[in-house]
Ligand binder design. Structure first.
Ligand SMILES: [Zn+2]
Length: 80
């Protein structure tokens, strides 16, 4: 993995990240994903092995039992 961001040239820090996957109308949240994260713009980079694992998780998402309620709002419609 590179040490600088391809987009902004910022430094890449190796840590774990939260990945939000959208599959049609479905959304899954994957926590603790090993990633290179740009300290400047937040861009995330993954190794090919991590990308394969994320693809496997998408395919096998039916096995995920944990649920979390998330706020959902239509843009520009938040009540004052
Ligand atoms: Zn960057």
């Amino acid at each position: 993995m590179r040490n600088t961001c391809v987009f902004c040239g910022g430094e890449i820090e190796h840590r774990t990240a939260r990945v939000i996957e959208e599959i049609g109308d479905e959304i899954i949240v994957v926590e603790g994903v090993p990633a290179g994260v740009c300290v400047r713009c937040g861009e995330k980079e993954f190794t090919p092995a991590t990308i394969r694992e994320l693809e496997r998780i998408r395919r096998e998402r039916g096995k995920i039992t944990a649920r979390r309620a998330v706020p959902v709002v239509e843009y520009g419609k938040l009540a004052a």
